[in-house]
Design a protein around this ligand. Sequence first.
Ligand SMILES: [Zn+2]
Length: 91
Amino acid sequence: MFSCPHCAEQGIPALRKSILSPGLLATCESCGKPSGIKYASWLTAMIPGSALMITALFTDSTSVEWTLNIVGFLLVIAVPLLFTPLHKEQH
Ligand SMILES: [Zn+2]
């Protein structure tokens, strides 16, 4: 669970935060208020994983391509989850 920016309770499920994107809000289970992530920080969080998956397009080795794709995919999930701050959204 992650802290809600409204009430500071652990009200945001990790699964919910991992699929957050701009415009898709998470609702706090404690206070019911919506929170989301800023477009700029979401975009920044996508860069490391996307860079690896783009690199995979240009490699000739199948094993390297798979490794880059898998690591890139994990980064696309993990980086926003762990490092992108939640901020308050209004209804
Ligand atoms: Zn809350």
